[in-house]
Design a protein around this ligand. Structure first.
Ligand SMILES: NC(=O)c1ccc[n+]([C@@H]2O[C@H](COP(=O)([O-])OP(=O)(O)OC[C@H]3O[C@@H](n4cnc5c(N)ncnc54)[C@H](O)[C@@H]3O)[C@@H](O)[C@H]2O)c1
Length: 335
């Protein structure tokens, strides 16, 4: 098959560190076309990745050579950009969260149904080798059934990450990020639990608050910087989750899955990213990869999967429906 051209909407950090380099490395991708409402940013990335600039979104979406679009704009515009791209006949990889509200996510899912094009959402945690291995072990029932779980995702906050790093970041604004750390980090772990357990969270009890972060005026931010919650799944598993932008040390990306015959410990140890403790006292340690963090960007596998779905006409590993189901939990968590 002929290599494809792809377009990217939004030329901030996630484009610079993941989408653009991963498209660039993919052998089936010919050219990347960059669009940002701030034209300096699209020019910079087009130069860095030997691509081209589109001056407007209409120009980008009208380009017949572009087969697929990554929507890497900020959260409040995903439902506009991704729906628009789908209805213009492009396959879409939308960044997470799929949208800020379930209602907006519905618009994207409707556009996908109307267009018949592929829609994938960037829940990249599914793709790490450790999470893949964990899923295999859960599916094999080697440790019996899953009973309970504990997951967390926290780091020092997004104000140093975005293309325009400051306390004025959109991540801190209610009308742009909507759910703060819940939609930023929490949704990754909700999706991961759904995926690993092949289950769905149906009951939520949560506390959330803006405990420490301040905006550019020194006032507490408008969205939560911490969430702690108890969760129950459709199949009756119970667990806890915490999401934080105020873990002022190393990032915490750990998950523990407690099964009938032992425990799966994920990312508790830097060298052995998966440790399996069996009920009889035996321990198995797996050295699978170095964890991806904001400071250690490795290939996520997401772009390769998206391109592969297009080339081989396959259903994406993370569908719009999967992303919607995680967003529904996030809405409950912050309600
Ligand atoms: N999958 C992950 O692990 C992960 C990690 C970080 C960010 N993200 C997601 O990626 C998206 C972008 O985040 P980021 O960190 O790159 O933010 P960023 O602030 O660094 O960049 C966003 C860019 O999008 C542009 N933009 C915003 N709205 C636009 C629009 N309507 N049209 C054109 N350009 C627009 C901005 O000008 C900016 O250049 C967010 O949805 C975020 O949640 C995902």
């Amino acid at each position: 098959m002929e290599p494809i051209n792809v377009g990217i909407i939004g030329c901030g950090s996630i484009t610079k560190f993941r989408h653009a380099p991963e498209y660039k490395e993919n052998p089936y991708v010919n050219e990347i076309v960059f669009y940002d409402r701030n034209p300096e940013r699209s020019k910079e990335l087009a130069a860095a990745f030997n691509g081209r600039v589109a001056e407007t979104i209409d120009e980008l979406l009208a380009d017949p050579s572009i087969v697929a679009i990554s929507d890497c704009s900020s959260n409040e515009t995903h439902h506009i950009n991704s729906s628009h791209a789908l209805l213009k006949g492009k396959h879409v990889l939308c960044e997470k969260p799929i949208a800020n509200t379930v209602q907006h996510a519905e618009e994207i899912l409707d556009a996908q149904r109307q267009s018949g094009k592929k829609l994938m959402v960037d829940h990249n945690q599914r793709f790490t080798r450790v999470h893949q291995k964990t899923k295999e072990m859960i599916e094999s029932k080697e440790l019996g059934d899953v009973l309970t779980f504990k997951t967390t995702f926290g780091h020092q906050g997004p104000e140093g990450w975005g293309v325009d790093p400051s306390n004025a970041t959109w991540f801190f604004k209610k009308d742009r990020s909507h759910s703060g750390v819940a939609g930023d980090l929490g949704i990754h772990k909700i999706d991961l639990i759904h995926y690993l357990l092949d289950d769905k969270i149906v009951d939520v009890h949560s506390f959330h608050g803006a405990l420490d972060k301040v905006d550019e005026n020194g006032d507490p931010i408008e969205v939560c910087d911490n969430v702690v919650c108890a969760l129950k799944t459709e199949k009756g598993r119970i667990g806890t989750a915490s999401f934080s932008w105020t873990y002022y040390g190393a990032e915490d990306n750990t998950t523990t899955i407690y099964c009938q015959e032992g425990i799966l410990k994920i990312y508790h140890d830097q060298t052995h990213q998966l440790i399996v403790e069996y009920k009889n006292g035996e321990v198995a340690k797996y050295e699978l990869e170095a964890i991806q963090t904001n400071d250690n960007q490795t290939n996520t596998g997401v772009i390769d999967e998206f391109v592969d779905c297009i080339i081989h006409d396959k259903e994406p590993v993370v569908t719009g429906k999967d992303a919607m189901s995680s967003l529904e939990v996030i809405e409950e968590i912050i309600s």
